[in-house]
Design a protein around this ligand. Structure first.
Ligand code: FAD
Length: 512
């Protein structure tokens, strides 16, 4: 790889990484800074440049359980983190009006039932459901059952055979407070923050590698590795390197979101709610001090004014700010890592927050950057592999999101007619066909969402398999009925002893 040479050592400048420059101080910038400062220690100089005048998106509030891995890797204290970010706990997402108007199902994190032999539990449930002898799927998942009853507690680790050991959870939190929390963490570990607007970018004339950014103040900030966390604008990855973008709007037609916080008037629910609307959907995210709301919509099917009016009409309490409209193009960069720039967060691409995956994508990009860290220079093979892993992760999440729109019976608006009848990626067509035949679901390699997630959404959206796994018939029906009743009973009993979500927070992590 051709790079410029260093005047002092004669070494290619891009071969030795000692200075890392992060552009942007939103959730992506500070998550990256905090993680790199922890993992790399003080042997590298890490500089973060952000502009208060430009500001951050700051609406990402719901997460998935993987975030616990990130927080644990940083040794964050959970109670302190929840308190500081006004957070609450999340057992899953309730989807309202998606399959049909009036429907409601929960995509709960974690397991459903208990597998029997080589066959997943949901196959036994499928057989009994088809025979009209099974209770709703909700009753066999501790997460979903507890969510329906507003209960929460952490998994009990010393009772491996109890459903209480299976509780899987994530958080809702104020993304702005989380970034501030991580900023304190990163600065305490040597990250240097510079307030200022990036006005110029210096590239090596031969290799195109970025050598420095220049700020409005005139200051020049040199580096060997640049992490672009500048948000939708993609200051380095797109505006400078012209990497290109793959647009998925034809599959995921929503392109705007109106967001507004409101007063909370109901008990703190341990789940996010997503309610399908005429041309999109509305989120409800309960925090300790307020409720986050947003209407994600397609501007092809509804005007901005109408979308904002719908949002405001459906708030459960008094609005705490003026609604803000954000525009986006669903898709991903052609390369997530290009030359010596790695794009993380909104700069790398965006998929709507239907399954709360953006903060997870930040975290997994950081993990990948750590795994492929170019300590000894930039290697095209490493970069290609990094990009292939990122592509895989984005593409699989994309398919899962499309499923929510496509697997519907709704025909009441032009938006839903479009989504129901549109062509979908071949990978998703295959997955849906497999489920439709005998309820089979296969997780592709290390894709983010596992079988229980696909099952809950497919069933919740009224997909009905024609059959079930042949091995289910190995057990007599009475045995399956008894087995399932046992699981259901234990889950109900366990939920009964759990505290309410509010009681749990009041005891362990209420904001002061
Ligand atoms: P930003 O927050 O936009 O930060 C960009 C940073 O770059 C800022 O600090 C800015 O000042 C700086 N910057 C830009 N240009 C310059 C310049 N020239 N000079 C200096 N600094 C500059 N994710 C979830 O996981 N769950 C959710 O529920 C969720 N909901 C969302 C809802 C919506 C409507 C949207 C749009 C996103 C949502 N997300 C969600 C995504 C989440 O908000 C983002 O992934 C996250 O906030 C990361 O943003 P970011 O840091 O990449 O960008």
């Amino acid at each position: 790889m051709s790079t410029s040479s260093d005047a002092v050592t004669g070494q290619p400048a891009a071969e030795r990484v000692s200075q890392i420059v992060i552009v942007g101080g939103g959730t992506a910038g500070w998550m990256t800074a905090a993680a790199l400062s922890k993992v790399l220690g003080r042997s590298y100089s890490i500089r973060l440049v952000e502009s208060e005048e430009i500001g951050t998106v700051g609406v990402g509030e719901a997460t998935i359980p993987m975030i616990k891995l990130y927080n644990t890797a940083l040794d964050l204290d959970e109670a302190e983190f929840v308190r500081e970010t006004m957070g609450s706990f999340k057992l899953g997402i309730e989807f309202v009006n998606w399959g049909r108007l009036g429907d409601s199902y929960i995509h709960g994190f974690g397991k459903i039932g208990q597998d029997l032999g080589l066959v997943p539990f949901y196959q036994y449930w499928l057989k009994m459901h088809q025979a009209g002898k099974a209770a709703p799927l909700d009753d066999y998942s501790i997460n979903t059952f507890a969510a329906r009853h507003n209960k929460f507690m952490r998994a009990v680790t010393d009772r491996p055979n109890s459903p209480l050991a299976d509780i899987a959870y994530a958080y809702h939190f104020d993304a702005g407070l989380y970034a501030r929390f991580l900023r304190r963490y990163a600065e305490a570990r040597g990250v240097v923050r510079t307030e200022g607007k990036v006005m110029g970018v210096e590239q090596n004339p031969e290799s195109g590698f970025i050598e420095a950014i220049t700020l409005e103040s005139g200051e020049r900030v040199p580096g060997q590795l640049f992490v672009d966390c500048s948000g939708f604008r993609g200051l380095l990855i797109e505006q400078t390197l012209k990497t290109g973008y793959i647009d998925w709007t034809h599959w995921l037609p929503c392109d705007r979101a109106a967001a507004v916080p409101c007063v909370r008037t109901t008990p703190l629910t341990p789940y996010t709610r997503s309610t399908a609307r005429d041309a999109g959907w509305q989120w409800r995210i309960p925090l300790q001090h307020r409720v986050g709301n947003g209407h994600v919509f397609s501007s092809r099917f509804i005007s901005e004014d109408e979308a904002v009016a719908t949002l405001m009409a459906k708030l459960e309490g008094e609005a705490l700010a003026e609604p803000r409209v954000l525009r986006f193009v669903t898709g991903k960069r052609r390369k997530f890592w290009n030359k010596n720039v790695v794009a993380i967060g909104l700069a790398s691409g965006f998929m709507e927050p239907l399954e709360s995956t953006s903060i997870h994508l930040i975290q997994s990009s950081i993990a990948r950057l750590t795994a492929f860290f170019p300590h000894a220079g930039f290697d095209e093979t490493d970069i290609d592999e990094f990009n292939a892993h990122s592509d895989f992760e984005f593409d699989k999440i994309r398919d899962f999101l499309i499923l929510h729109y496509h697997a519907t019976e709704r025909d009441d608006t032009p938006f839903w007619n479009y989504c129901r009848t549109m062509d979908v990626p071949e990978s998703l067509t295959r997955k849906m066909a497999l489920f439709n035949s005998n309820g089979r679901i296969f997780r592709d390699s290390s894709e983010l969402f596992a079988e229980p997630s696909w099952m809950q959404v497919m069933h919740g959206q009224r997909m009905t398999p024609r059959g079930y796994h042949a091995l289910v018939d190995v057990y007599p029906e009475e045995k399956i009925v008894e087995y399932m009743a046992g699981i259901r009973g234990v889950i109900a009993n366990c939920t009964r002893v759990m505290p309410t979500h509010e009681e749990f927070i009041a005891k362990h992590c209420a904001a002061k």
